[in-house]
Ligand binder design. Structure first.
Ligand code: SAH
Length: 428
């Protein structure tokens, strides 16, 4: 979502203030940092980056520094107190005001801070145009009402607000017209999408059906869905819409019911596994990925082993895993962060080793098969190779100089599985 937001920040500055991307940081008149505060490490990186930029500003006093995103939303004015080189602070819901904040600062030299939550106002100001990229993100719902005990998102991005379906389809049509074939619908909690269609409250399932009808849209993905709100109509849509890929990211976080309760996730392992079965009944070839947190306050070895049990049962295709990080103003931050650091690291290593092993196993099984891939572009390392992605989002490299294949879906015979990608040959 931050990638999507950053692209929109640039679009706005380009459209409203005729900005262009500078070649280097030293050439810039404005440096914008879009920040993440999901874990403490990400937050600390912000101040290191401002420190580096301050040195550029010392030599070029007219340079402006703007800090956006979730750290900005969380810290507000305190950012300027800690780092006086910063001129502008704006939040995820006020990014559309960046050009205006820049202009005000430029004219008055007064620092500008706006981290308010003006609901959907932002989307009425964002330029709508295609990107020419084979795959594109489209934000459909902002914020989150779940208040999982570990998570800072409801505080930094605000409460859930859905865009209207008409507004979203408009953006997708503009993307499709300029060659985008894959749409990745985004939100902190997409399956609670409640955007209206023709004035009536609608659903993610309906949005997916309508997206698939747009000419040239051949693949649809969505992230992130919360297992608690994965409704039947969303399961059924897998039967109706072949463009919806057979891959779903469904974060479980822990395999211990006791920890899930402390996390306020609103489901237990049994319910999660039932949901997986339900989805598989409609799409037997479905692959699943997940997010995991290890070392949540009070997590015992036994709780951790239960997480390993779930991993072995579901056999996730690919996953993201993190050591618990205490975040400000979350209910878990009041619980004693009592798992030893060394123990947390060991658990993460064990978990990641198993996840990598499973993932590589899935990759190896693809050797000898033909995979339908969307071609994203040339390989960064070798321009004689093109790079595509399978339905489950694995990178596939193959020899070809035919740049016209970019943006097309083609069949690739897989010959080799490497830890981070597959290799194959283009099929005629
Ligand atoms: N909306 C998604 C979460 C998006 S954040 C959901 O509800 O599942 C992406 C991932 O970051 C989360 O799934 C979680 O695994 C991780 N995460 C969030 N807060 C964290 C914290 N305080 N410490 C460690 N990992 C965290």
């Amino acid at each position: 979502m931050n990638e999507y937001d950053s692209a929109k920040m640039f679009d706005l500055l380009e459209e409203k203030e005729n900005f262009e991307l500078a070649e280097t940081e030293e050439d810039a008149d404005l440096l914008v940092l879009n920040t993440c505060s999901i874990r403490e490490k990400a937050q600390e990186k912000v101040f290191h980056q401002i420190g580096r930029w301050r040195k550029i500003k010392d030599k070029k006093p007219d340079l402006k520094i703007a800090i956006g995103g979730c750290v900005a939303s969380q810290e507000g004015e305190k950012i300027i107190k800690r780092a006086p080189a910063v001129d502008i602070v704006f939040g995820p819901q006020t990014l559309h005001k960046l050009p205006e904040l820049y202009k005000k600062k430029d004219k008055t030299n007064i620092n500008q801070v706006d981290i308010s939550f003006p609901k959907l106002e932002k989307f009425n100001h964002l330029p709508v145009h295609g990107t020419g990229e084979p795959s594109a993100f489209v934000s459909i719902i902002e914020g989150c009402n779940k208040y999982c005990s570990f998570c800072v998102v409801p505080k930094t991005r605000g409460h859930e607000v859905s865009r209207t379906i008409e507004d979203i389809l408009n953006e997708i049509s503009a993307l499709a017209e300029e060659g985008t074939r894959e749409i990745h619908l985004l939100g902190q909690n997409v399956n609670n999408f409640k955007g209206t269609y023709k004035g009536e409250k609608s659903s993610l399932a309906k949005l997916i059906e309508l997206t698939a009808k747009i000419e040239n849209i051949e693949r649809i993905r969505y992230t992130t869905s919360h297992p608690h709100e994965f409704k039947d109509d969303l399961v059924e849509v897998y039967d109706k819409v072949p463009e919806l890929v057979s891959h779903v990211h469904l974060p479980i976080q822990s395999g211990s019911d006791r920890i899930l309760k402390l996390m306020r996730r609103r489901y237990n392992v049994e319910k999660y596994l039932l949901l997986i079965e339900k989805i598989k009944q409609v799409r037997p070839d479905m692959s699943f990925s997940s997010d995991f947190i290890v070392g949540f306050p009070g997590e015992t070895k036994d709780d951790f082993m239960k997480t390993m049990d779930v991993i072995n049962k579901v056999r996730f295709d690919e996953s993201f895993s993190f050591i618990y990080s205490s975040r400000p103003n979350t209910t878990a931050s009041d619980m004693p962060d009592d798992v030893e650091e060394e123990e947390k690291k060991e658990r993460l290593n064990i978990l990641q080793d198993r996840l990598n092993q499973l993932s590589f196993g899935f990759s190896r099984k693809k050797v000898g098969t033909v995979q339908n891939c969307l071609i994203h572009g040339q390989s960064k390392r070798d321009p004689g190779q093109l790079q595509g992605r399978t339905i489950c989002n694995r990178i596939v490299n193959f020899s070809s100089n035919d740049i016209d294949l970019v943006g097309q879906l083609v069949n690739i015979q897989i010959n080799e599985a490497l830890p981070n990608c597959l290799r194959g040959n283009l099929q005629n």
